[in-house]
Design a protein around this ligand. Structure first.
Ligand SMILES: Cc1cc2nc3c(=O)[nH]c(=O)nc-3n(C[C@H](O)[C@H](O)[C@H](O)COP(=O)(O)O)c2cc1C
Length: 192
């Protein structure tokens, strides 16, 4: 019988938290640009279930631009201890406005102000420019409701493949590669 890799992922994430891994939800996100050049950066996993792995970002950022051009991505988690890696790849969709609003509104006031202020990955003359922009945004939206900007939302990576890697002595690591066929997952062990 094949184990559900999403269930295994949840177990492993809980184990990483139990081991005190710093930022256990941090994951490398790889995208591909218009010239077919890869780019990778860390983002935080905010939700994972059978529908996929969700992170939030500025949709006008380079990663947002990449995902408009090529809506496929790879994710990679590394937790040590306990010496585990999880790789995920699949198609990417934006979350619904309701999901994005619900998560945005759950964030602290200054995070919401920051999201409105940041022209993510655009040139900045210096930190003072950012501080001035934050102060101006706080005046526009004093404590209370801060609207989610149109260019801030979540993406869901809908996994086609998931691979779990467990460190073992003498580099005889254990790798389980899962491929989705419709609603079912097939499991294949791989050489390390
Ligand atoms: C630990 C950590 C967590 C991060 N989480 C996020 C995140 O959830 N969303 C995000 O947009 N950027 C996050 N970043 C910043 C990204 O790595 C990156 O610098 C930024 O999103 C711009 O990427 P881009 O220019 O490739 O679009 C995080 C960085 C680190 C180191």
């Amino acid at each position: 019988m094949t184990t559900d890799p999403l269930h295994l992922f949840q177990t492993w994430l809980a184990d990483a938290k139990r081991h005190g891994v710093h930022e256990p939800t941090a994951m490398a996100l790889a995208t591909v640009d218009r010239d077919n050049h890869p780019a990778v950066r860390i983002v935080l996993l905010k939700h994972a279930d059978e529908k996929g792995f969700v992170f939030y970002t500025n949709t006008d950022s380079p990663k947002g631009e990449d995902l408009r051009h090529c809506p496929h991505a790879s994710l990679c988690f590394y937790w040590n201890p306990p010496g585990r890696q999880v790789r995920v790849s699949g198609r990417v969709e934006t979350v619904t406005n309701e999901e994005a609003d619900a998560y945005f509104n759950s964030r602290p006031y200054l995070s919401r102000i920051g999201a409105r202020t940041s022209r993510q990955s655009q040139p900045l003359s210096g930190y003072a420019e950012l501080e001035r922009a934050v102060a101006a945004e706080m005046l526009r939206h004093p404590r209370g409701r801060v609207p989610r900007p149109d260019n801030w939302s979540g993406y869901r990576v809908i996994p086609d493949t998931i691979e779990l890697w467990q460190e073992r002595p003498f580099r005889l690591h254990e790798r389980l590669h899962y491929t989705r066929n419709g609603n079912r997952w097939s499991e294949q062990a791989l050489y390390p």
